[in-house]
Design a protein around this ligand. Structure first.
Ligand code: NAD
Length: 321
């Protein structure tokens, strides 16, 4: 069995590798060749932690495995990342474990890659202003992945905790793209693409903030009860997602569907756009919204690439099992 550390993952998985892996597995899902298994997610009643397991099987890529981990809110005070996870891959022919791969870097890369795939496929070609709600761990990864998809000329940022924004500005300063902290009104009035990546439990971005033609990538809502945008915004948009079942249960769609503002069968898997089975954006004025809930197959896809590249580059450790 291969052991691939977080450091090895950082060295072998960049934006291009993550983008290709995530886009590929979305297409495999849309073809019916890959499926996620039910998500397990529990409050531990210890250290305020949420622990979960996501798993799935890609019969086309022959990738079987799980990601186990969760959220330990006290970690940051100890200099650790709050989100902790590890991926285990199995040989689909025998069930034997083939690799244990660090999940922290991969989670950030695959989450940013999913939003980037949505921007590549759904944002207007002339998008030049990027808006972001959020300034936590994921935010800089999201900005960097988005900048690779369109020649953005400005970044407009808003966060519920404004004191976090200068750190985000510093983290992306090397991109050379001007970064401004603005009001939500100013952000919505100018942004062509808006990424939301917060742990909010109440809508921050309203329909009235967003202008026609905007693409939104809503990445923060991955749990029942979390919410970043007003349900009326989903009702006014063409809504895409990684997996419909997950979007209506733990994604941003949960609220609009429960309120009767969005029909489950109107939500389009992004993989259908990747395959060419759905046209994606149909007009310059359409609002498109990607509900990125985060699926196990994304983790497994990037972990399989990380294991392959780390082995090839001598960065993985082989252990007898
Ligand atoms: P983080 O803890 O580093 O940052 C949290 C962010 O949410 C900050 O911007 C913070 O100011 C904001 N926030 C906190 N409380 C808020 C509130 N009450 N109202 C509005 N905003 C609030 O988290 P992170 O690692 O950057 O992750 C951000 C979100 O993305 C989390 O909800 C996380 O669970 C989610 N996430 C989703 C995926 C996915 O695949 N969809 C993957 C990883 C993380």
């Amino acid at each position: 069995m291969l052991v691939v550390t977080e450091e090895a993952c950082r060295r072998v998985i960049g934006r291009a590798e993550a983008f290709a892996a995530v886009e590929g597995v979305f297409a495999a899902m849309a073809r019916g060749a890959a499926r996620n298994f039910p998500v397990l997610r529990e409050a531990l009643g210890h250290a305020d932690a949420i622990y979960g397991v996501k798993s799935g099987f890609d019969a086309q890529g022959l990738v079987l495995g799980l990601k186990s981990g969760g959220y330990w809110p006290g970690n940051a005070a100890r200099g650790l990342t709050n989100h902790q996870s590890v991926v285990i891959l199995f040989d689909p022919d025998s069930g034997r474990p083939t690799a244990m791969v660090g999940g922290n870097h991969l989670t950030a890369m695959r989450t940013a890659a999913a939003a980037a795939v949505s921007i590549a496929r759904l944002a207007r070609a002339d998008a030049r202003v990027l808006g972001i709600l959020g300034a936590g761990f994921q935010s800089a990864f999201q900005i960097r992945a988005a900048l690779a998809q369109r020649p953005f000329e400005r970044i407009l940022a808003w966060n519920y905790h404004p004191e976090m924004l200068p750190r985000l500005a510093a983290a992306v300063a090397d991109t050379g793209v001007p970064f401004e902290s603005v009001s939500l009104d100013a952000l919505g009035a100018a942004a062509d693409v808006i990424i939301t990546v917060t742990s909010s439990f109440a809508p921050q971005l309203m329909k009235a903030h967003v202008r026609p033609g905007t693409h939104l990538a809503c990445m923060g809502t991955d749990t029942r009860g979390k919410q970043e945008v007003e349900p009326a915004l989903l009702a006014a948009a063409s809504v895409f997602t990684d997996e419909v079942a997950q979007a209506v249960s733990i994604g941003e769609c949960q609220h609009a569907v429960a309120a009767g503002l969005l029909a489950e069968d109107a939500i389009i898997p992004l993989g259908a756009v990747v395959l060419g089975a759905h046209p994606g954006r149909r007009s310059e004025d359409e609002i498109t919204l990607y509900d990125g809930t985060g699926i196990g197959l994304q983790d497994l896809a990037v972990a399989a690439v990380a294991a392959r590249l780390a082995r090839a580059q001598g960065l993985a450790t082989e252990v007898d099992w």
